[in-house]
Design a binder for this molecule. Sequence first.
Ligand code: AMP
Length: 217
Amino acid sequence: MKLILLGPPGAGKGTQAQQLAKKRGLVQLSTGEMLRAAVKAGTEIGLKAKALMDKGELVSDDVVVGIIAERIQQPDCKSGFILDGFPRTLQQAAALDKMLEAKGERMDAVIELKVDYNRLVERIVGRYACAKCGEGYHDRFKRPKVRGVCDVCGSTEFTRRADDNAETVTTRMIAYYRETSPLIGYYFCRGNLHAVDGMAPIEEVGAAIEGIVDSLA
Ligand code: AMP
């Protein structure tokens, strides 16, 4: 099963991809996570990407297409993957189609998380994650059960993304509207676009996505 989760920053793509990947034995492929890892490791790609990411601008198509092309060849992607944060431009979508067509494959479904744009900033600036296991939390919507302790692994260290601030969010939203939202039309025309209400509680969004996945199986 090959899926794309599509939606603006803060729509919940990462949260849903993580949960679905765990439940269905799929691999979550987040270009944002891969780029952050490259920045942390100080690789050439990371050094190039950092300034753009800090500003909330998109990294070049060549770089992210190269990362994904290499990653989906890995054996763990054979049984399926969930793309989260890729593709983000029409050029990336076309490149993805081409790399899958070369193998006689295609994406099974593109799931759009429909959101209320006015509430995204609040969602984004309040989010953080466990520094050890990556479990996601939110200042208002999802606090750890015991204050300061991760529910999943018990770690007491948490991190916030450098680009999750009110200034950068505006640039990221503009990038979404300008570059990524045309993909909704692109996939609609290809006949594999599905939509779910991304403003519903996390479990309900997850159930709606699973319903779509089940209907494809
Ligand atoms: P994300 O974690 O998906 O919100 O991505 C964080 C940042 O990484 C974005 O604001 C971009 O700077 C960069 N990025 C992630 N995925 C892509 C992509 N597919 N194309 C271009 N830039 C990307």
